[in-house]
Design a binder for this molecule. Structure first.
Ligand code: MLT
Length: 312
């Protein structure tokens, strides 16, 4: 019968490669986190795990694609904090993050850093604030589009210092970093996964971390609170999603693969080097993921509305 066939297919899952869709360009922080966990996930699932970059519209293009994909576990989505900010930023968003997906589990917590091209004039976070306020007409800020973490971070920063500068959108902070290194854009706020190496080597200027405490990976960088802007704080988090209606047996296997990846030695080592924090195994579950997503949607909606910038 058809239902016996479906049950058999679920028991056998996966019988072909699994694709993880990344909503930003290759080489950026979300891509890096995904490629690091894809290898041990693949070993656990016994199938190839393919990473597909579907950049655009601040991550919402990929969200729309996976929300509409077959609910069979062969196409899943890695997304970050943008999953919780998009409903506020895009009143006509094509998906409901809580209703159109099954949660697989949370993946990381990632601090953000405020950085600039290395010859940008200000040398400290305090100097940056003054410089941006005094040169608002000429300063440029890179982000990965409305809905990106770099967009949210910039929005909070500009709101905190009551100054709006020109934003330059990219398909991800991977290509934004390339332009920052080339001096085509002045500053940005991006996840440590993408910035730790460049700050440490001095190829970009690091001003501050947006977390309550300093980071082991970047011990010399003050927190935004130490630097005088305690209300300017934001942490990025990642989660894995499958289309709504994906069978529970399939979700269970994906959650197990995620948990295996988070315990993988190479993943643990690379995450630590990149200042990227894996979640606990209790958080790498559908239940914890769903609760956290709901909480984050409620947290960010009024903050974004108060900061006063909408997608349209
Ligand atoms: C990326 O992977 O390019 C970033 O996560 C984009 C962002 O959200 O700033």
């Amino acid at each position: 019968s058809v239902s016996a066939g479906i049950a058999f297919a679920q028991a056998d899952y996966p019988t072909s490669p699994v694709t993880i869709v990344v909503p930003f360009a290759a080489g950026g922080p979300t891509d890096t986190v995904t490629r690091l966990i894809a290898e041990p996930m693949s070993a656990e699932l016994g199938q190839q795990v393919i990473v597909q970059n579907v950049a655009g519209a601040g991550g919402t293009l990929a969200g729309t694609q996976v929300a509409n994909a077959p609910a069979d576990g062969y196409q899943i989505l890695m997304h970050h904090i943008g999953m919780s900010t998009a409903p506020t930023l895009y009143p006509d968003l094509a998906y409901n993050p809580l209703e159109d997906f099954e949660m697989i589990g949370l993946v990381t917590n990632v601090p953000m850093t405020v950085i600039a091209r290395k010859d940008f004039e200000p040398n400290t976070f305090e100097e940056l604030v003054t410089y941006v306020q005094e040169n608002a007409d000429s300063v440029t800020y890179a982000n990965a589009g409305i809905g990106a973490a770099s967009h949210l971070c910039g929005l909070l920063f500009m709101s905190a210092i009551d100054t709006q500068v020109t934003t330059v959108p990219y398909q991800g902070t991977g290509p934004a970093m390339t332009d920052l290194l080339g001096g085509q854009v002045d500053f940005m706020c991006d996840q440590t996964t993408n910035t730790t190496g460049q700050i440490t080597s001095g190829e970009v200027k690091g001003y501050a971390v947006t977390t309550p405490d300093r980071l082991d990976a970047l011990p010399d960088l003050p927190t935004t609170a130490e630097a005088g802007l305690e209300e300017f704080q934001v942490g990025v988090w990642h989660g894995l999603y499958a289309p709504a209606g994906t069978p529970p047996e399939v979700i269970e296997k994906l959650t197990a693969a995620l948990q295996t990846a988070l315990q993988d030695e190479n993943v643990i080592t690379r995450f630590a080097e990149l200042g990227t924090v894996p979640v606990s195994l209790e958080e790498a579950t559908p239940e914890a993921h769903e609760a956290y997503l709901a909480e984050q949607i409620d947290l960010w909606a009024p903050i974004i509305e108060a900061a006063g910038e909408m997608a349209q």
